[in-house]
Design a protein around this ligand. Structure first.
Ligand code: HAM
Length: 418
């Protein structure tokens, strides 16, 4: 039996890599004053039908539950967030700065960096309309990537504004009712062949040549306030302004951005933007808050980290340090096992990572296991009892230690070599 296509088994090294990425994400989010929350994995299918847009709805893992409800496994978190905010509107002081790490499910064609489940760090600010909130999120997104060892040569944040298109669409003779469909075509510009784009644009009476000329010459003055704030924070080197970025999700209303690896090997690492009307719509007009946020996927980020040597090294060290044992107890004489277990318990109570052989084994074999597990110290329970032989597995130094002094000696050795 194999796992389903696009679903991962997390073996210990994969879990350690995931722990590393999540730990870095949590650390940086807290640095920015964000607090963690979560929602349910399963939601009414209608939540996404109404709010996410046709692309995501076509990818839903959905079914009818035993109570005849139409339900879907979450493909994203933003509609849930809007629902939760509308329901708990009065309980929190605005602006809210919330983050979450949901596992999301999308029935997509599996390829490198694109699976049918992925974890997504979501960061959102609710109740603040200022461009300061937009920039704060772009800065957070950049810092999350810098934290794992990526630099301006490795990724770029491409920023645009859906509202900017409102100014340009009349020039193409496109009315507000056609805006969503037209922006869907723009969203695919970088992903589809010209032959596929041409007929779609023709439906709007626009030629590819005219659109390309417009994009090449568009006045990007619109972005001056964002540009200034990013420059003040010395973050402009990570950013690029580009009207082609409109995002595939239906609810975005203003600034939108996507992060790509510079060589463009992968799909976006992260994407987000302003969705000022979603909460209002989901609450049938009862609650109205501006909102802005983004999500970063663990799959693409993991692939990119592996491509960049300095980032990869950082992750490998973190993986190693999660597995490394501090102490291995070598039981040379079986009659010493009860004494060994007592001391092992004491060491574990003191917070040390300690392991030993559950069944009798040759001393040489136990030392070999200690090394394979990356233990820093070995404690030998043998003929020397009530003294113990303490061996530093890095330096090879050995000494005899009375059993009651073991915790203190271990503490000294481990702290001096930390
Ligand atoms: P999204 O662009 O659909 O945005 O997804 C965000 C990120 O999740 C993508 O950039 C990508 O890294 C990752 N991702 C998405 N689908 C897959 C997949 N099939 N396999 C691997 N990774 C994937 C949203 O979901 C918005 N709700 C983000 C947001 C939050 N907007 C405002 N707040």
């Amino acid at each position: 039996m194999q796992s389903l296509p696009g679903f991962r088994d997390f073996l210990p090294n994969d879990c350690a890599a995931r722990n590393y990425i999540f730990a870095r994400w949590r650390e940086v989010c807290r640095r920015y004053g964000f607090v963690e929350w979560d929602g349910p994995v399963l939601e009414p299918t209608d939540l996404y039908k109404k709010k996410s847009g046709p692309e995501i709805v076509a990818q839903l893992f959905s079914f009818t539950d035993k109570g005849e409800r139409e339900v879907a496994m979450r493909p994203e978190l933003t509609p849930t967030l809007a629902r939760v905010i509308a329901a708990h509107e009065r309980e929190f002081k605005k602006p809210l700065k919330w983050f979450s790490i949901p596992q999301c499910f999308r029935y997509e064609k599996q390829q490198r960096g694109r699976l049918r489940e992925h974890f997504q760090l979501n960061c959102d600010i609710i109740g603040d309309q200022s461009s300061g909130a937009d920039v704060e999120l772009i800065a957070l997104c950049i810092d999350l990537l810098r934290e794992v060892g990526l630099a301006a040569d490795d990724f770029v944040v491409r920023i645009s504004d859906r509202a900017a298109w409102d100014r340009f669409l009349p020039d193409f003779g496109i009315g507000p009712e056609q805006k969503a469909d037209f922006l869907n075509v723009i969203d695919k510009l970088d992903r589809e062949e010209v032959e596929k784009i041409q007929p779609k644009l023709e439906l709007f009476g626009v030629s590819v040549a005219r659109l390309m000329a417009f994009l090449a010459n568009a006045n990007l003055e619109w972005f001056a306030p964002l540009r200034e704030q990013l420059e003040t924070r010395d973050l402009l080197q990570y950013c690029e302004f580009n009207l082609r970025i409109v995002r595939g999700l239906a609810y975005y209303t203003g600034v939108v951005f996507e992060v790509f690896d510079r060589p463009r090997k992968f799909r976006a690492i992260a994407g987000g933007g302003r969705y000022d009307t979603l909460i209002h719509q989901l609450s049938d007009g009862a609650v109205d808050f501006p909102a802005v946020g983004f999500a970063m996927g663990d799959v693409v980020l993991g692939e990119l980290i592996k491509e960049v040597p300095s980032a990869r090294k950082k992750m490998e060290e973190a993986i190693q340090s999660q597995h490394d044992l501090q102490i291995y107890a070598v039981i040379a004489k079986e009659e010493r096992r009860p004494d060994a277990l007592q001391l092992i318990q004491t060491l574990r109570d003191n917070g040390y990572r300690v392991d030993y052989s559950l069944t009798p084994a040759k001393v040489g074999k136990q030392f070999q296991t200690a090394e394979q597990l990356g233990a820093r110290l070995a404690v030998l329970f043998g003929d020397e009892w009530p003294q113990l032989k303490l061996k530093d597995l890095c330096t090879g130094d050995q000494s005899l230690v009375p059993r009651e002094e073991l915790p203190a000696r271990v503490a000294t050795l481990l702290s001096s070599r930390a």
